[in-house]
Design a binder for this molecule. Structure first.
Ligand code: ADP
Ligand code: MG
Ligand code: MG
Length: 529
């Protein structure tokens, strides 16, 4: 490992670095590798009407990554897709786990309540779409050990950055190879950039094709209109009102418009769900089509085949009394949800902790037809995790309250989107401020130990260029479309299971949190070695 990082990234003079950073700035804007700026450096008033865009935070160089671990992450994806589809199809099992969480977590309690209400009325859609991203770090407990792959988390809602990750890989490839490999106008000559001795570029990134193939498969599986008279069908991208990462989403909708021009897509901000969509009261209660009216032309009405959630994953997004009503409205409709409430809940950190418990054959339960070798490969990607719901004498609670042992752990609540975890020595102090009966809202996880030698340089969205020691997190995208039977996981039928495309996010080594949108990481790509 160190031999790769010894001279990487290549040494540059200030002049060379300025030139490279400027080249990257221009490339990002020209190619839509962009975000709306954070108000911390351009306040919303100056950025009047939310019109300005800037470069997404990106690394100037791709990061070397062990080929063996990358390929293993790709092989794991189909297994993880099926595992989470099976969990979301097993309402009884999920219900047992939710039972203790709903007592201490209002957000999960509200989601679970929506599921129960729709179940009571009767679900009218038995298809679910998952657009997933499984996140990993390299684990190197000591210098003598080869790096292994450990899962940080599995995302079942709003799995983002496929659209921008594709562009970063393209940018790094172009910078390394223009005008030709080994003679780049942006990078100093370096073996990793494809000189005669090592022609290495980032692997092609098919994240957009992969995610769109999931959406298109769900759209096709929805079938024809259930309305009378029949309406054309469409896919709805459900987005946050003040989304900063819209260009990532537009990479997907633009790809659909170009390659699947018969599938209309629309962006619907959360605050407009109840204004622009209806379930006609006349429709017979066993169909409940979701009708979308286009605000530009109210004569344009569509029946929604798929609601793709790029929003409503965090409690702060449910900030008006109608937000929960809107989520309930979507859930009870006939549209295929990506994700359904059950799939959203299946991605809880608690579920991920329970899966690592080797005291019961839990993986065998959900993947009865999977080989022993594959189950072993799945298990080998788990980092140790502990329940916080088993009382003061349990291993998890003991570690969390011990300042020495807590140092190598992270405490996670049931939240998404970055910025929610408690790290290391902060854990005992934090926990002492929480009533013991509420510990069960968390899980405890051992910290993965990434390689120490990695370095890179990042161009932040405010134009700053920062160089230093870094930690990278690899995400692999996956899709799954399935039909849930009424017999839990036994009755489910997988219609599509896809893998493809990657995201590398790289952050400063001294930052515990990750997340690009949360402001910690930069988008990166990789060179396999
Ligand atoms: P979220 O759903 O909010 O993204 P994560 O579980 O991904 O939650 O945690 C956020 C960040 O915290 C990760 O991107 C990673 O940088 C860091 N992190 C989480 N778990 C671990 C771990 N076990 N070891 C090291 N870092 C971790
Ligand atoms: Mg997450
Ligand atoms: Mg994460």
């Amino acid at each position: 490992m160190d031999s790769v990082w010894g001279s990487y990234p290549p040494k540059t003079s200030d002049e060379q670095l300025d030139y490279l950073a400027q080249t990257v700035k221009d490339w990002t804007i020209f190619n839509g590798l962009t975000v709306r700026p954070n108000p911390s450096f351009i306040d919303d008033e100056t950025n009047s009407n939310h019109v300005l865009a800037t470069n997404a935070p990106v690394t100037l160089y791709p990061s070397p990554f062990p080929r063996k671990c990358f390929e293993q992450a790709q092989r794991l994806q189909a297994l993880y897709n099926e595992l989470y589809a099976a969990i979301a199809s097993d309402e009884a099992w999920l219900g047992q786990i939710m039972q203790e969480l709903v007592e201490v977590d209002d957000f999960l309690a509200n989601l679970w309540k929506i599921h129960l209400q729709v179940k009571e009325e009767g679900y009218v859609q038995d298809l679910t779409l998952g657009l997933f991203r499984s996140d990993y770090m390299l684990h190197v407990p000591d210098e003598a050990t080869a790096p292994s792959l450990k899962q940080v988390e599995f995302n079942t809602i709003s799995s983002s950055f496929g659209g921008l990750a594709v562009r970063v890989a393209r940018m790094h490839t172009e910078l390394a190879s223009f005008p030709r490999p080994g003679r780049s106008i942006a990078y100093p000559t370096h073996d990793l950039f494809g000189t005669a001795s090592a022609a290495a570029f980032p692997p092609p990134n098919h994240a957009v094709e992969t995610l769109v193939s999931g959406l298109a498969a769900a759209h096709a599986a929805y079938g024809s209109s259930k309305s009378t008279p029949a309406l054309p069908t469409c896919i709805l991208f459900l987005v946050q009102d003040k989304e900063r990462n819209l260009f990532d989403q537009m990479a997907l909708s633009t790809f659909i418009r170009t390659n699947n021009p018969d599938i209309p897509t629309f962006r619907l901000p959360v605050s407009k769900i109840l204004a622009y969509t209806t379930i006609p009261s006349t429709s017979d209660s066993s169909s409940r089509p979701l009708i979308y009216t286009n605000p530009a032309n109210s004569a344009l009405r569509f029946e929604v085949s798929v609601v793709y959630f790029r929003a409503l994953y965090a409690p702060t997004e449910y900030d008006t009394p109608s937000s929960w009503a809107a989520r309930h409205h979507l859930e009870r409709s006939a549209a295929i949800k990506c994700p359904s409430v059950l799939l959203h809940l299946s991605g809880s950190k608690k579920i991920q902790q329970v899966l690592t418990d080797t005291s019961s054959p839990i993986l065998e339960r959900f993947l009865p037809n999977t080989s022993k070798e594959d189950l072993e490969m799945l298990r080998s990607s788990f980092a140790p995790q502990y329940s916080m719901s088993d009382g003061p004498d349990s291993e998890g609670v003991k570690i969390a309250l011990d300042s020495t042992r807590a140092e190598s752990h992270v405490l996670k609540p049931q939240r998404e989107g970055g910025g929610n975890n408690i790290y290391r020595s902060n854990i005992p102090t934090f926990l002492r401020s929480v009533p013991e009966k509420d510990y069960k809202q968390f899980i405890l996880m051992e910290l993965i130990q990434p390689p120490k030698a990695a370095k890179n340089v990042a161009l932040r969205s405010d134009g700053q260029v920062v160089a230093g020691d870094v930690i990278s997190e690899l995400g692999i995208f996956g899709t799954c479309l399935w039909r849930s039977g009424n017999k839990g996981r036994d009755g489910m039928e997988v219609l599509q299971n896809g893998e493809g495309g990657y995201l590398l996010r790289t952050k400063a080594r001294d930052s515990d949190e990750g997340g690009v949108a949360a402001g910690f990481s930069s988008l990166d790509s990789l060179i396999l070695y």
